[in-house]
Ligand binder design. Structure first.
Ligand code: HEC
Length: 163
C-alpha cells in the first residue's frame, strides 16, 4: 500500500516534470506556440491573392498575404523564399463573399532554412484561431496536401496557388 502510493507519487512527479518541460516558459496557449505573425500584420503584409472561395481550405473564403520577405518570391516564383519568410491565409466564413466580416482563422507558412526540416518540407505550418491561439502546428494534413502542389501543378516551393 505504502509502496503503491510512493510509486504513484513518483509517477506524478515525473509527469509533472514532463509537462513543465513541454510547456516551456512562454506561458502561451495549450500548444505553447506563439503565432508566426504579429497582431498588426495587416499594416506590414501585402495582399497577393484577393478574396475568393477555397475548395481546399474547408470551402472558406480566403485572402492571401505575404510579408516583405515572401513578397517577391511568392509573386515572381523565381527566387527562393528566404528563411523567416511568411505566407499567410486569412479565412472567412463560407457566406462572406467579399471577406469583409470577421476572420475565422488563419493558416500560415513560415519558411525554415534549407534542409533543416525535410519532414515539414522546410516550412513551419500553423492554424491559428480568431483569438490568436495556435491550435495546429505542423499538422500532417497541411504538409501532405501541400506536398501535392508541385510542378507542373500550381505549386511553387510547396505553396499551392498561382498569385
Ligand atoms: C486539401 C488540401 C490542403 C490542405 C489540407 C491544406 N492546404 Fe493550404 N492550400 C491548399 C491549396 C490548393 C492552396 C491554394 C489555393 C487556395 O488558396 O485554396 C492553399 C493555400 C495555402 C496558403 C497560401 C499560400 C499558397 O499559395 O499556398 C497557406 C499559407 C496554406 N495553404 C497553409 C496551410 C496550412 C497551415 C494547412 C494546415 C492547417 C493547410 N494549408 C492545409 C491546399 C491545402
Amino acid at each position: 500500500m505504502i509502496l503503491a502510493r510512493h510509486l504513484s507519487a513518483v509517477r506524478y512527479l515525473a509527469l509533472a516534470a514532463l509537462i513543465a518541460a513541454c510547456n516551456g516558459d512562454d506561458g502561451g496557449d495549450e500548444s505553447g506556440q506563439e503565432p508566426d505573425f504579429p497582431a498588426d500584420y495587416q499594416t506590414k503584409y501585402t495582399e497577393v491573392r484577393n478574396c475568393r472561395g477555397s475548395g481546399d481550405h474547408d470551402l472558406n473564403n480566403i485572402r492571401i498575404l505575404a510579408d516583405p520577405a515572401a513578397l517577391a518570391p511568392y509573386q515572381g516564383r523565381a527566387e527562393p523564399f528566404p528563411a523567416g519568410a511568411i505566407v499567410l491565409k486569412e479565412e472567412y466564413d463560407f457566406g462572406d463573399l467579399d471577406c469583409s466580416g470577421a476572420i475565422k482563422q488563419w493558416t500560415v507558412m513560415r519558411r525554415l532554412a534549407d534542409g533543416t526540416s525535410p519532414n515539414t518540407l522546410d516550412w513551419a505550418w500553423q492554424r491559428v484561431d480568431a483569438q490568436r491561439r495556435v491550435f495546429d502546428q505542423d499538422a500532417t494534413r497541411c504538409i501532405s496536401c501541400h506536398k501535392g502542389c508541385g510542378v507542373p501543378e500550381d505549386g511553387y516551393e510547396w505553396t499551392c496557388a498561382v498569385p
